[in-house]
Design a protein around this ligand. Sequence first.
Ligand code: NAD
Length: 356
Amino acid sequence: MKIAILPGDGIGPEIVEQAVKVLKALDLQLEMETAPVGGAAYEASGHPLPDATLNLSRAADAILFGAVGDWKYDQLERALRPEQAILGLRKALGLFANFRPAICYEQLTHASSLKPELVAGLDILIIRELTGDIYFGQPRGRRSAPDGAFAGAEEAFDTMRYARPEIERIAHVAFQAARQRSKRVTSVDKANVLETFQFWKDVVAEVHKDYPDVELSHMYVDNAAMQLVKAPKAFDVIVTGNMFGDILSDEASMLTGSIGMLPSASLNAQRQGLYEPSHGSAPDIAGKGVANPLATILSAAMMLRFSLNQPEAADRIEAAVKQVLAQGLRTPDIHSEGTTRVGTAQMGDAVVNALR
Ligand code: NAD
């Protein structure tokens, strides 16, 4: 089992170091190799995703990614900015399925902006299609409006499109994921207004015929945004397109209180995956030893479950995280009165101890 370790920028190296420590404590046969990515790679070799890093990632079963980016790179031309490394990896490896779980740990219910009873025990999974939709559809650009009430005026436009195989494969991923959980899928669309999403809804319903044991419901995206803050526990698996998934997964992440707790995975058809915390490189706290490493450690657990076929090891890590929270250990982002404040490395060590 070969893992490419890409720490990246800002807090990336600090949090990835903790996840590597945890992986090493599992006594599995894991081969890990580290390579620069993002701003760190740009500094070293003039490109955010050098060939050597891309080749290492291609050859690996899974990639453990920290985070990339820093405001100091904002002046660079777009193709050289750190964030392009993630887009490049998604494209090169065909990572079309983005898994964003939103889990609210019992000890952290008070950190949510919702009432504790609404989020206690929350465990939902948002599956976002990652390589299609209006984010990638062509044509796009600026032009002089060819028609309409403002014909001749300068306008900008994008194209929303989804091909049948793109919808089919993400629907299969969602139904299969639901089979490992409570067997309920909500497909989120805007079929009442958009042709693309009427098609989405129809294709998801067709794929559903292969999964009679899974319950399927459809919901418009505006209603889904409301339900996520009204009764989030009513969901199990949500599957949706790239743009709606982008927005809803960030909304769902806030239900859990801290961005420092949320892992994510992006998988391709071979179940090769890129695993990373949902947050960014947090330049404001980089190097201070205070970043929460749990999202990255939980991403490593997802990696063991989805790409390396080691579900027991994944369960062990998740149980260890629950144990350190139960012990009252908290990094500053989740700290509250009556709990013990710890730094990044201490939190990593505590998870390793809990594993043992
Ligand atoms: P961010 O997620 O980095 O930070 C937002 C806030 O959350 C900050 O106050 C930060 O200190 C805090 N935070 C984030 N992770 C934390 C953790 N593990 N522990 C404790 N606190 C944490 O988002 P941002 O500030 O908007 O972006 C910073 C940089 O990260 C930008 O360059 C952005 O482009 C990049 N970014 C990268 C990714 C990625 O690598 N996948 C994702 C989002 C943003």
